[in-house]
Design a protein around this ligand. Structure first.
Ligand code: NZQ
Ligand code: ZN
Length: 388
């Protein structure tokens, strides 16, 4: 196992009715920016619960944070916070609202051009330089409620860029699994597949000595396989909803990544597909992941075989045989979760996508990705073309 530090200061408040605890979590004298998305919180009662809990607080509302949150929109909130001297932000929404709030939090006191936070992928570490924030999660998927990363889109340049830092953990996250009842099926499918791929990014690398991390990762994968198809059909089943929400958080709250190598190339390539074609984040992962496992088969085959055996109970005549079957089982699961695993099934105009992505990566100076830094631009091209 490699050396690690595990730092996660988020107070994770989980379960039915926990939104009522907000007054215990937010300081009474704070002036709050309540940030939300396109309005789902008004239809499903989450807004009412938040407002009831925070009766008596001074609240300024900021709505309209879009899926794949836009820099241009978020800068409007930055202005409001600066003008109105707001001291705390409450993100009420899914990964997009929470990520958006992380950017707002970092940009308010940033000296310089806030776009540089994204272009230079700055690490935001000083608590004195951010506006503190908490979250009320409405969509289990990204793990953003318990991690310090975020992904922001710049509309003007069609770029989707990640950033983060230890000052950007939420102070608290209220995670009530009953909020998933109002989610469209498509979003539940997305949430399962995003969480599943988060685990694979940190697990499907090469054999190492971190036995416990492997077992935890496999436990999350097995849970998602067990509950995935049924939670889409029965989101009001609390057993399914609560396991879904907790699994999605555990998939990306930092725990399973400690002491192990990680990949993240599926995400880096997938973000480009969202930036170019506005394909839902999880759906880009379902397009790229299987091709990446195939192109990088030699690097990943031992771990693929272990994953196949332990998660799907696969047997086979050789490591290669088991690894191949594990990829097939993964694709089967993605299809069962409503994913279309080819780019051409998600958009009509995809000619030149591989060239565009490779050029972009080269312009950014990304010479190689992946756990062994062997996903070169040529491999990226192969992966994207295989995904057409
Ligand atoms: O905007 P509203 O009206 O709230 O509607 C949203 C949105 O249309 C809706 N929704 C959310 N909760 C709902 C609901 N509808 C009904 N009932 C509810 N309870 O769902 C739609 C999608 O929401 P969004 O927040 O965009 O989805 P998700 O949570 O999947 O977040 C995706 C974003 O997170 C980033 C992605 O790149 C993408 O931008 N990611 C963030 C990560 C992180 N911070 O660690 C890691 C991930 O890999 C990912 O990249
Ligand atoms: Zn993701």
């Amino acid at each position: 196992m490699t050396n690690f530090e595990l730092y996660n200061p988020t107070n994770y408040v989980f379960g039915k009715g926990q939104i009522a605890k907000l007054p215990d979590l937010v300081a009474k004298d704070s002036k709050i920016l309540l940030a939300y998305g396109g309005g789902s919180i008004f239809k499903n009662g989450v807004y009412d619960q938040v407002k009831t809990a925070l009766a008596g607080y001074e609240i300024v509302e900021f709505g309209g944070i879009e899926p794949n949150p836009r820099y241009e929109t978020l800068m409007k909130a930055v202005e409001i916070i600066r003008e109105q001297n707001i001291g705390f932000i409450l993100a009420v929404g899914g990964g997009s609202v929470i990520d958006g709030v992380k950017f707002i939090s970092a940009a308010v006191k940033f000296k310089g051009e806030p776009k540089d936070i994204l272009h230079k992928r700055l690490l935001i570490k000083e608590l004195s330089e951010v506006i503190p924030f908490g979250t009320v999660l409405t969509l289990p998927a990204t793990g953003s409620e318990m991690n310090s990363g975020a992904v922001i889109t710049i509309d003007e340049s069609q770029e989707k860029l990640a950033f983060g830092g230890s000052a950007l953990f939420p102070k608290f996250s209220v995670c009530d699994p009953t909020v998933i009842e109002s989610l469209p099926k498509r979003q539940i499918q997305n949430g399962i597949v995003d969480a599943y791929t988060h685990v694979l990014e940190q697990y499907l690398t090469y054999p190492h000595d971190a036995l416990l991390q492997d077992r935890i990762a496999e436990g999350i994968l097995q849970t998602l396989v067990e509950i995935g198809p049924s939670v889409v059909e029965n989101p009001s089943d609390y057993k399914l909803a609560s396991n879904f929400m907790w699994s999605a958080t555990m998939a990306l709250n930092g725990l399973i990544q400690k002491g192990v190598p990680s990949d993240w190339a599926t995400h880096m390539i997938g973000h480009e597909l969202t930036a170019l074609y506005e394909i839902d984040h999880a759906r880009t992962l379902a397009i790229i992941g299987p091709s990446l496992y195939r192109v990088m088969f030699e690097t990943k085959k031992d771990k693929l075989a272990q994953y196949g055996e332990r998660v799907f109970g696969i047997t086979g005549t050789s490591v290669e045989d088991k690894a191949e079957k594990a990829i097939e089982k993964t694709v089967e699961f993605l299809h069962a979760m409503g994913m279309q695993t080819k780019l051409s099934e998600n958009t009509d105009q995809f000619d030149g996508t591989a060239d565009f992505i490779v050029k972009r990566f080269e312009e950014r100076g990304w010479k190689a990705l992946g756990e062994k830094q062997n996903i070169t631009p040529e491999k990226v091209r192969e992966i994207v073309e295989m995904s057409y």
